[in-house]
Design a protein around this ligand. Sequence first.
Ligand code: BGC
Length: 260
Amino acid sequence: MHSSSLAGKSIIVTGGSTGIGAAIAATAAAAGANVLVDYVADPGSADALATRLGQSDPSGSVEAFDADVSKVEDVTALVQEAVRRFGRLDVLVNNAGMETRHSLLDTSEADFDKVLAVNLKGAFFAAQAAARQFVAQGGGGVIVNVSSVHEDWPMPGNTAYCVSKGGMRMLTRTAAVELGSHGIRMVGVAPGAVDTPINAQTVADPAKVKALDDAIPLGRLAEPDQIAAVVAFLASDAASYITATTVVVDGGLMQMSPGL
Ligand code: BGC
């Protein structure tokens, strides 16, 4: 029997203090996991989240750790910290991500470097650090990469972001093939439009929300919990035969025809 439980598993969630990451941390904690929430931009909110989750779910353990995923030494320290606190590592969720919403014509070198460093380099080296730990401790492990429908689907005006997510798509496929013989799975999750801070400007404008909702077959933006539930499933043993692919969680957005 392959359990959908995360009880007793040691899990890292990068970018775990807000948005989809916070929902993943809460879902994993409620399922009994020990969760290390990585944060960088918003320390107060990560500590508050850790305290709140720890209180609401005494069986799980949630703690916060300051690591900038764009720095290899920080992601290495993040993995070491999870092992120090929880004794081992079972799951890495590469969730940290950002976008600047610039077209190719308007993207600066600094914007490009930052988006690629957080979204792709961060996921790459966090995966490397986690996979080295999985191999050293034995027994496999799981890496879930929170990507986007834009790993596959152009988003004009957000080119560097699409490039980073396209890279994440191939990270998922290639590294999963390399790591399969170690019993390590790597799976992508591609959310569509989700009600999180990354979409704050859209969500604040009723006309934009209506246009977005109208473009989604299920009729509305996702709540972060709806993404987190899929991440929790993929991280669990119930998904033990899923690797080297991406699960799209977009309410049908990618299949919508403009009807022209
Ligand atoms: C982007 C959002 C966008 C959504 C749907 C996400 O990956 O971060 O800005 O609204 O995709 O297009």
